[in-house]
Ligand binder design. Structure first.
Ligand SMILES: [Fe+2]
Ligand SMILES: [Fe+2]
Length: 335
């Protein structure tokens, strides 16, 4: 079971352990730790902006994990075999676990889970735009594993070295599980590509619909990404959006060849001089439109998520009642 370096904020929301010192001494100690590539832990002093950036990033990441359960969850009851059903259940369950580690990591920064979930459910907080598209066929489930989880791994491996300790540690386990997700998706597609013409066409159609959206998962181009530079200075972000996108494309093109699918970009071509693949223009208008809440499934995803939360109220009530009972028993026994 994954555990945090626990340092729970007290009821006033302030940190329990604060190293004494003047504001400038504290800031200097923080900067020195960052410069030495050290880790910042929950009990350490940190600038408010660093804390806010992490809460925003980690909670958005957590929201993406649990909303990401929905498009694939739709296919659990329709998986083509018992084996595929078992794999998919395990994968979707993993994503729920990722959400849990990440909400826990964000809580060490002093923001409660209720607050984070309220932000998600009101539509104020964002999550990855990729989950606002429908999963039309079984091939979409394979393509999500291969490309969406593949892009997630590329994004998340550098986060294992993030300067904030609890986030970095959560990412180590998440990345191991994502690697299984990516491979199960690719393997499911390999099987379909050895099947009928109809199955092959289904895979190609899913690749056509998801390819560009996966490239957008790395975020806007570096030139239009004002928060990136500060994130890099703080050691939260280690590799820029464009570099990660390029690494993903370079890794994926040979996999597409083995699979026997065409990536839907006529400009995709090996550049001998750069030693990288060149690629075409991403439609950022569509990306921002989806981020703003106007993608094909934004409303449906949010409504499903809110309903699941409300339907789970009795579980939270029961867990709290049980915890209360245990505490009362412990007090009685100690008396
Ligand atoms: Fe995940
Ligand atoms: Fe995953």
């Amino acid at each position: 079971m994954y555990t945090q370096a626990m340092d729970i904020p007290d009821e006033s929301g302030k940190k329990l352990a604060v190293v004494p010192g003047t504001a400038s001494e504290l800031e200097a100690a923080f900067e020195a730790r960052i410069a030495a590539d050290g880790r910042i832990e929950p009990q350490d002093w940190m600038p408010d902006a660093y804390r806010r950036t992490l809460v925003r990033q980690i909670s958005q990441h957590a929201h993406s994990e649990i909303v990401g359960m929905l498009p694939e969850g739709n296919w659990i009851s329709r998986a083509p075999s018992l084996k595929r059903k078992a794999i998919l259940i395990a994968k979707v369950q993993d994503e729920g676990g990722h959400g849990l580690y990440l909400y826990s990591a964000a809580e060490t920064l002093g923001t409660g889970r209720d607050e984070m979930l309220a932000g998600l459910h009101s539509g104020k907080a964002k999550y990855s735009s990729i989950f606002n598209y429908p999963t039309l066929t079984w091939a979409d489930v394979g393509v999500i594993g291969w490309l969406v989880d593949g892009a997630a791994i590329m994004n998340q491996i550098p986060l294992c070295r993030c300067s904030y300790g609890p986030y970095a540690r959560a990412m180590i386990r998440v990345c191991k599980e994502e690697s299984f997700h990516q491979r199960q998706g690719y393997e499911a597609l390999l099987v379909m590509m050895k099947g009928t013409d109809e199955q092959r066409a289904m895979v190609q159609d899913a690749v056509n619909r998801y390819w560009w959206k996966c490239l957008a998962m790395f975020g806007p181009p570096d030139a239009d990404s004002p928060h990136s530079a500060q994130g890099m200075r703080w050691g939260i972000k280690r590799i820029s959006n464009d570099e990660l996108r390029q690494k993903f494309i370079d890794a994926t093109v040979p996999q597409a060849k083995v699979l026997g699918v065409t990536l839907p970009d006529p400009a995709l071509k090996w550049n001998e001089e750069r030693q990288h693949y060149d690629y075409g223009q991403i439609d950022w208008t569509e990306f921002w439109n989806t981020v703003e809440g106007n993608g094909p499934c934004n409303k449906e995803r949010l409504a499903t998520r809110v309903k699941a939360h409300n339907d789970g109220q009795w579980v939270r009530d029961a867990a709290l009642a049980y915890a209360r009972k245990q505490k009362e028993r412990a007090i009685k026994e100690a008396a």
